[in-house]
Write a protein that binds this ligand. Structure first.
Ligand code: C2E
Ligand code: CA
Ligand code: CA
Ligand code: CA
Length: 283
């Protein structure tokens, strides 16, 4: 920030000022980011822990800022939400994922479902179903190859409304993943309330971080129980943020079949992901 003294301009460069300068610029830059084509989707494989085959992927947005480089979605999404830009960005994501997945299928690559993250706002948006159905028919992607990831807080709204949205998505063949499972306030009560309406639980990374062969009884037990509970309720389980072979092995012992994490691959660019798909199996 600049401050006029008697006869000179003082420039403060405290980190607070840099932060607010950066924020100010991010906001005005964000306004043009879509038109300037600065968004990019990265894809992270979901992998069968036993065969190492790619069984799906999650699309994760990146903002390629010309000056600041890759800006994390955790940084710009709240800003975009505040600025009322998120609906446009969401539509761009939905369109791009469906188009890309269809293009990969047309190119003869293995057909896999790709999930998109839906914020609570997007999930509860009246147009969600018609927007998505429109994009599916325009791109020609079969609805079985699109999945959604929602967080527990999306389920907090009016139970009837939430139920009808989940039901609508499912009846079109779009599977529902419950993201960051276990980190909310009443994870278990949601499972009871929306029984049958959630296809996959994604166990949050914080539980995976705790897994260790040396502390079997205590912290491994929670993860083991979540996996058993999910299977009992006929849901799939994805372990998120799996980084080590040790974690992988424990998860296999617990019969958690789908693994997502750096142990197999970080989220990668479109071209890199096509390359992974072409090879089908990861090491
Ligand atoms: P999330 O949906 O829980 O996504 C998982 C995050 O964990 C991703 O971070 C991913 O890169 C990271 N990750 C995956 N495996 C590992 C691992 O083994 N170790 C570590 N340390 N991290 C791992 P990312 O891409 O930075 O996204 C952060 C969050 O931003 C996402 O959390 C999601 O809440 C939000 N987000 C990302 N893309 C989108 C999007 O397209 N739409 C919306 N609405 N939100 C998005
Ligand atoms: Ca997610
Ligand atoms: Ca997650
Ligand atoms: Ca998360």
């Amino acid at each position: 920030a600049k401050e006029k003294g008697q006869n000179k301009v003082q420039i403060h460069t405290s980190s607070m000022d840099i932060e607010s300068y950066k924020l100010f610029n991010l906001e005005s830059d964000l306004r043009q980011s879509l038109e300037l084509n600065q968004f990019e989707l990265y894809y992270q494989p979901k992998v069968d822990g036993t065969t190492h085959q790619i069984v799906g992927a999650e699309a994760l947005i990146r903002w390629n800022h010309p000056k600041w480089g890759l800006v994390s979605p955790q940084e710009f999404i709240p800003l975009a939400e505040e600025m009322g830009m998120m609906y446009k960005i969401d539509r761009w994501i939905e369109q791009t994922v469906c188009e890309q997945n269809k293009a990969w299928q047309n190119a003869g690559l293995p057909a896999i479902p790709i999930s998109i993250n839906l914020s609570a706002n997007r999930f509860l948006e009246n147009n969600l179903m018609s927007d998505i159905m429109g994009i599916l028919s325009k791109t020609g992607l079969d609805s079985n190859y699109l999945e959604v990831e929602i967080v527990e807080s999306s389920l907090l709204e009016n139970e009837k409304i939430v139920y009808s949205i989940l039901d609508g998505l499912q009846s079109e063949g779009i599977r529902i993943n419950l993201d960051d499972f276990g980190t909310g306030y009443s994870s278990l009560s949601y499972l009871k309330r929306f029984k049958g309406k959630i296809n996959t639980l994604k166990i949050d990374k914080s539980f995976i971080d705790d897994l260790s062969e040396t502390n079997e009884e205590s912290s491994n037990f929670i993860t083991k129980s979540i996996i058993e509970l999910a299977h009992h309720l006929k849901m799939d389980v994805v372990a998120e943020g799996v980084e080590t072979r040790e974690q992988l092995k424990i998860l296999q012992d617990f019969k958690c079949n789908i693994i997502q994490g750096y142990v197999f691959s970080k989220p990668v660019s479109t071209d890199e992901f096509a390359e992974l798909l072409r090879n089908e199996k990861l090491n």
